[in-house]
Design a protein around this ligand. Structure first.
Ligand code: SF4
Length: 375
């Protein structure tokens, strides 16, 4: 069994090179070939000695996840579904905007947290992704986009870990992937352009603040423990006050940053003026202890098993206004890729039926043609 080099950050690759009897600096060359140039064949790495390329061929490979399907939305959003074996699939979504290109990626096949409003949570947990499986979503998407847009410079400027899974419940695979994203010899993304979204795994938030303090988004969704217990089951273990104290500690390691609180707007559940009032009180209390934050209100994407409905647009706007009037920076997430179901876990459920995979691959080819023509 040879090693998949997408499994390593630069330090891990240096250790691997040493084990092969090579100098550590070879790892930098190799890392650049893989992540900056998108090479998957050692023979393409022209500045590596032939003897090293032969050694690498014997001991390593560069293998991205197989693509099951890809969909291009009318608004330019692209969604890929990757096969992770045993009938499971994970998704990554590219969202182009005027001033940035954001890739949303997955960290687990399924999720064990079981948030009530999340279709991934309703599918249950299958397994953690490896570092290679996390990183290959970025590797594939970046080099796919460069190829089809016919550009040599970076296309993806921001990465958000908001696809399937709770990233902080897959910590040991997550951190090397984050380090590769930040590495100047890898993707060179700035710390503030890589966001980990968590439902509030308190001990791992503390560890991340030390190991790799990237931008943090916290799924809050409720102003009280009673309500949050019913929406985010992890709240029973790490209630709101403990969560917000952890956010304050996190910010001490991320100067001038703020925490983004995600708040999914659920009709009649958490979207009333009294909820906004409680939220304002909660945040203002913790702001006095050093909490810096902003809110991102997310229009809920309904799915039948949730028994929940999307808040009407006017209520979302009124809620946003109430927070803004209290001095809280608040945005409402634009819905993107609606025509391709580009929301957490919505497509991955479909692919459980492996008999559809061949049809999807055929469909993928058609869509590729369209993608190439449209760019
Ligand atoms: S919202 Fe995130 S943490 Fe909650 S169930 Fe979905 S994927 Fe898991």
């Amino acid at each position: 069994m040879t090693a998949n080099l997408l499994d390593f950050d630069l330090e891990g690759l240096a250790v691997f090179c040493e084990r092969l009897g090579e100098k550590r600096f070879r790892a930098t060359q190799l890392f650049r070939w893989i992540h900056q140039k998108g090479a998957s064949e050692f023979d393409d790495m022209s500045d590596l000695a032939k003897s090293l390329r032969e050694k690498l061929k014997a001991h390593a490979h560069i293998q991205s996840l197989p693509v099951v399907s890809q969909h291009l939305s009318a608004d330019g959003t692209i969604k890929w579904l990757f096969d992770v074996g045993a009938g499971n699939a994970v998704e990554a979504v590219f969202i182009p905007e005027d001033d940035r290109g954001t890739l949303c990626i997955s960290s687990q096949a399924g999720c064990a947290v079981g948030c009530r409003f999340c279709s991934t949570g309703h599918q249950g947990f299958s397994r953690n992704l490896t570092t290679a499986e996390i990183l290959s979503q970025l590797w594939f998407a970046e080099h796919f986009l460069r190829k089809h847009l016919k550009v040599s410079e970076r296309v993806i400027s921001n990465v958000v870990m908001m696809g399937m899974g709770e990233p902080l419940q897959n910590y040991s695979a997550l951190v090397p992937a984050l380090k590769a994203m930040l590495d100047d010899h890898g993707y060179g993304l700035s710390r503030r352009r890589v966001t980990v979204s968590t439902s509030g795994v308190v001990p791992m938030m503390d560890r991340l603040s030390i190991d790799c303090p990237v931008a943090l988004a916290v799924s809050l969704h409720a102003p009280t423990d009673a309500l949050r217990d019913s929406l985010v089951p992890l709240n029973k273990k790490y209630p709101i006050d403990e969560l917000l104290q952890t956010c304050i500690r996190y910010l001490a390691h991320a100067p001038r940053d703020f925490i983004t609180f995600e708040y999914c707007m659920l009709d009649g559940v958490n979207d009333q003026p009294e909820h906004a009032e409680l939220l304002i009180g909660l945040v203002q209390f913790h702001a006095r202890q050093g909490l810096r934050c902003k809110f991102n209100l997310i229009p809920f994407n309904p799915f039948p098993a949730s028994g929940l409905l999307r808040s009407p647009q006017e209520r979302v706007q009124a809620f946003a206004k109430q927070l803004q009037n209290a001095g809280l920076v608040t945005t409402v997430r634009k819905t993107r890729g609606d025509d391709i179901d580009a929301a957490c876990g919505q497509l991955a459920g479909d692919v459980k039926d492996r008999t559809q995979v061949k049809a999807r691959i055929a469909q993928q080819r058609m869509i590729m043609l369209r993608a190439v023509n449209e760019h």
